[in-house]
Ligand binder design. Structure first.
Ligand code: NI
Length: 596
């Protein structure tokens, strides 16, 4: 185990050297990207017209924490359906896994069995179903070098944080040309022991109106066999921790493939799939010419699309593969014979984190409520409540903003950075219309499970995005799922952020937001919970990712006003910016602690 960890640490620092999303500035088309040809350049989603982020969540009061996001493309219903289906598959697989794992977290074989059952359903993409789940550390496929599940669980439970199973799926665009789209879904699952991390890349060929898994990039089974051989070759020299023999011509192993800027085919493997679970991300770049002989028509259309569309990309990727106890130290990753390297995507602590020591508080006095200043209410004199909308922006957010404008009501948006990045101009609209924009982390992971540097990265990157589009850095944040730890609070404070919880939750236990389930509350239920639960000074939790919550807003506003409440932002509820911190801290802390 210590040895495996060390290998992981070495690979980790190699990624930091490679940039952790800071792509080397080599723009010469024929220059092989130095050191890390397995790096995929992500297309900036805000540059893609009509793209919105869809979200499925479950969590604040649920025994599970779920946050799944995926894009919805304009004019590509076939691809959108494939993405939605994959998101639901992951959600259902997680439900099955957690239900099986919860009563006996230590029972690895039992958990494995449940996943195999899950594997039998569906797919149709590249024909694997759920083999990506096989052998993952969270479900007990660990190679025996890990600590017992019960030890870790008990510790987590004692700490009172990070004890609930968590599923987090986010996404990147790996290609966006007129002919093809590539969407990489990146999954972190935490069930009992540790994070299990996997990725799955779906492709859309617009010329054929066809969605496919990654194996659809290949011309057939013979191509897959040859690719498996090339990958085994590429893995030579990676050390004993990589088990090359596990690389067979199984489409399930090749469910996440994309291209780098040179047209090399980048094949990436999930945790534990072809070796020690401590390896981090293992990927192989097959040179463009050799890959070219293996590609299908769709594959050929995709091969050079990243270069064609590769203008901008999202900064940083370090929240992606979270390291709960990120190893440090080491120097350089073992390089493969052809220059490929095995690297995890997580950055070394602090490697790509924004400067967290210089929170910008200089502009915090420029209240977001500038426009609404004339209608400012004194919450010492009248009863006030604050509506808060979490997890967006999403497709329903513009409708919500229209609605709030029509009602003359202000609210507070706790936005997820990765969602906002797809349509960041909405942040500017929120601020301009008198709403307060708060920070809800970059990818909605349970921050209490992350290292301090990753917490800083997640909150800091979101701060920067919001500041860039609203003109001011937020002063309020809400921890995903309301889960706060000392580290989360301290890190937020260093960024000039006060954590805010809630007093009234309109979504009950095990109710999933953003996906059709029988238990999802309707607009009337949401409105009733909000209005009946309100009291003077209450912070009400809603989600702008949820259409029924948006539907409920007119009734909520009417009901609250009928009871004599003024609707204000959270900042206004807590008074002037100068005194906001103290008040918010007490209230937010209590509210959050009493929540999940
Ligand atoms: Ni949330």
């Amino acid at each position: 185990m210590p040895k495996a960890r060390f290998v992981g640490g070495m690979a980790l620092s190699a990624l930091a050297a490679a940039g952790c999303g800071l792509f080397p500035a080599s723009s010469k088309p024929d220059v092989v990207v130095p050191a890390n040809p397995t790096m995929i350049r992500y297309v900036d989603p805000s540059a893609v017209d009509g793209l919105v982020t869809m979200t499925m969540t479950e969590g604040e009061e649920s025994p599970r924490r779920v946050h799944i996001s995926y894009p919805r493309l304009k004019d590509a219903p076939v691809m959108n359906e494939a993405l939605r289906t994959e998101a639901e598959r992951q959600l259902l697989g997680f439900h099955a896994a957690t239900e099986a794992a919860r009563p006996a977290a230590a029972s690895r074989s039992q958990a494995d069995g449940s996943l195999k059952g899950d594997d039998t359903q569906e797919d149709g993409g590249d024909g694997d179903g759920g083999a990506q789940d096989a052998g993952r550390p969270d479900m007990g496929g660990a190679d025996g070098a890990r600590p017992g599940a019960t030890d870790v669980d008990e510790t987590a439970v004692r700490r009172g944080i990070g004890a609930r199973p968590e599923l987090n799926v986010d996404w990147q665009l790996v290609a966006a040309s007129p002919a093809v789209f590539g969407v990489r879904l990146r999954t972190g699952r935490h069930v009992g022991v540790d994070w299990g991390r996997s990725s799955r890349t779906l492709w859309y060929d617009r010329t054929r109106d066809r969605a496919t898994g990654s194996s659809g990039l290949l011309s057939g089974q013979a191509a897959l066999q040859e690719l498996a051989r090339l990958v085994r070759e590429g893995l030579a020299g990676r050390g004993a921790a990589v088990e090359r023999d596990r690389v067979t011509a199984d489409p399930a192993l090749f469910d996440s493939m994309a291209f780098n800027l040179n047209g090399d085919l980048v094949v990436e493997f999930d945790d534990c799939q072809i070796g020690s679970c401590a390896l981090g991300r293992v990927a192989v770049a097959v040179p463009a010419e050799r890959a070219g002989t293996l590609l299908s028509a769709t594959g050929h259309r995709a091969q050079y699309s990243p270069r064609a569309a590769g203008r901008t990309y999202l900064p940083g990727m370090s929240e992606v593969w979270p390291e709960v106890d990120a190893p440090s130290g080491g120097a350089g990753a073992p390089a493969g014979a052809d220059g490929t390297v095995a690297v995890p995507e997580a950055g070394a602590p602090g490697a790509a984190a924004p400067d967290t020591n210089t929170p910008d508080t200089s502009t915090s006095d420029t209240s977001t409520s500038g426009e609404g200043a004339s209608e400012q209410v004194d919450c010492a004199e009248v009863k006030c409540v604050a509506l808060t909308f979490d997890d967006g922006p999403g497709p329903e957010t513009p409708r919500l903003l229209d609605m709030l404008r029509g009602l003359g009501a202000r609210a507070t948006f706790f936005t997820v950075g990765a969602n906002a990045a797809a349509d960041p101009w909405l942040l500017g609209r929120m601020a301009a219309e008198g709403h307060e924009v708060g920070n809800h982390s970059w990818a909605h992971r349970d921050l209490s499970r992350l290292s301090t540097s990753k917490i800083a990265d997640s909150l800091g990157r979101t701060q920067e995005l919001i500041k860039a589009h609203t003109g001011q850095a937020p002063t309020l944040a809400r921890a995903p799922y309301g889960v706060e730890s000392e580290e989360v609070r301290d890190t937020a404070r260093r960024l000039g952020l006060t954590l805010v919880g809630w007093d009234v939750n309109t979504v009950g236990s095990a109710e999933t937001v953003g996906v059709a389930t029988a238990g999802r509350p309707g607009a009337e239920t949401i409105a009733r919970r909000a209005v009946e639960g309100a009291h003077d000074g209450a912070v009400i939790l809603l989600h702008d990712t949820c259409g029924t919550a948006v539907d409920a807003v007119p009734a909520i506003v009417e009901g609250l006003r009928g009871k004599g409440y003024a609707l204000v932002t959270v900042g206004e509820l807590y008074g002037e910016p100068g005194s906001r911190t103290e008040h918010a801290e007490g209230s937010g802390g209590n509210a959050a602690a009493g929540g999940p």
